[in-house]
Design a protein. Structure first.
Length: 252
C-alpha cells in the first residue's frame, strides 16, 4: 500500500500538470487537488484521490484472492488460512505486507461478494451462496466450520437428509431450488456490477468518494483513513478490529 506521503507527492505532480504554465506563461491555480476530485455533477473534475484509489486497488486484491483461480491466490490461501475461511484468518506480526493490506479491507469487501454455485468447493456456513446470503447470516450465527457446500451433494441433487441435520426447513426449501454443476468451478460475483465482474471503475462507483468521504452501496460512510476500526452492518456481528485506519459510521 503506498504511503500517505507517496500519494501526496503524486497528487502534487498531477496538480502541477493541471495548473502550472510553461515558460513565461503561468496559469491560475483554481483548485487544489482535493477540489478536483469527485464527479463533475458534484463540482469535481472527475479526478481520483490517490489514497482512496490505492485503497480501491486493495479491494481488487481481495477479490482476486477470494476468486481462488490463480497460483498467487492458492499460495496466499495455503500460507495464511490453513483451511479456514479467509475472514477467520487475520494479519499477525511477521506476515507479508500484501496480506496485511488485503486483510485491512476484507470486512468491507465481503458483503459485496456472492457465489454462483458450481462444484460446491466453497464454505457452507460463511460464504454467500444462498441468494447472495450466507447460512451464518440467515441463521444469525458465527461459525468456524470448514464444511464445504459439496458435502451436501448427491448423485441425484441435494442430499436433503444431510441438510436437515444442520439447518431448518425454511432454508432447506430455498437451497434445494439452487442448481449446481459438479463439473465447473464456483464463480465469485461482485454485486457492484451488473454482470458480477470486478473492475476498478465499478468498485469506485460502489464506494464513491465525495470530498474525502467514501460511501458504499449500502449507504455507509467511511470517514477518513484514521481512527478506530468499527463496522456497523446488519450482516456482521464481529468487531472488525483488524481494519487498521478505517472508521465506519451510519447512514447520514
Amino acid at each position: 500500500m503506498p504511503t500517505k506521503g507517496v500519494c501526496l507527492r503524486i497528487e502534487r505532480i498531477l496538480n502541477i500538470f493541471f495548473w502550472n504554465g510553461s515558460g513565461s506563461n503561468s496559469k491560475i491555480h483554481w483548485k487544489n487537488w482535493k477540489g478536483c476530485c469527485g464527479i463533475k455533477k458534484k463540482g469535481g473534475l472527475g479526478c481520483k484521490d490517490m489514497t482512496n484509489l490505492a485503497w480501491v486497488f486493495s479491494l481488487k486484491l481481495w477479490f482476486n484472492f477470494r476468486s481462488n483461480v490463480s497460483l498467487w491466490a492458492n499460495f496466499m490461501k495455503d500460507k495464511h488460512c490453513g483451511g479456514n475461511h479467509p475472514t477467520l484468518s487475520c494479519y499477525s506480526k511477521g506476515n507479508s505486507k500484501v496480506w496485511q493490506r488485503i486483510c485491512s479491507v476484507k470486512w468491507l469487501m465481503e458483503p459485496l461478494l456472492a457465489w454462483g454455485l458450481g462444484n460446491g468447493d466453497i464454505f457452507f456456513w460463511q460464504d454467500r451462496w444462498v441468494n447472495g446470503e450466507s447460512i451464518d447470516s440467515l441463521l444469525n450465527t458465527v461459525s468456524n466450520s470448514k464444511m464445504k457446500v459439496n458435502y451436501f451433494f448427491s448423485a441425484n441433487g441435494w442430499d436433503v437428509e444431510k441438510l436437515y441435520a444442520f439447518i431448518p426447513d425454511n432454508i432447506i426449501q430455498i437451497i434445494i431450488k439452487i442448481p449446481f454443476d459438479g463439473n465447473v468451478r464456483d464463480v465469485l460475483l461482485f454485486s457492484g456490477s451488473k454482470d458480477g465482474s470486478f473492475s476498478i471503475k465499478n468498485a469506485w462507483n460502489s464506494f464513491r468518494t465525495k470530498k474525502g468521504i467514501i460511501r458504499n452501496h449500502l449507504g455507509f460512510l467511511i470517514s477518513g483513513f484514521a481512527g478506530p476500526a468499527v463496522v456497523e452492518d446488519m450482516h456482521m456481528v464481529v468487531l472488525m478490529s483488524v481494519m487498521s485506519g478505517i472508521k465506519f459510521c451510519k447512514k447520514v
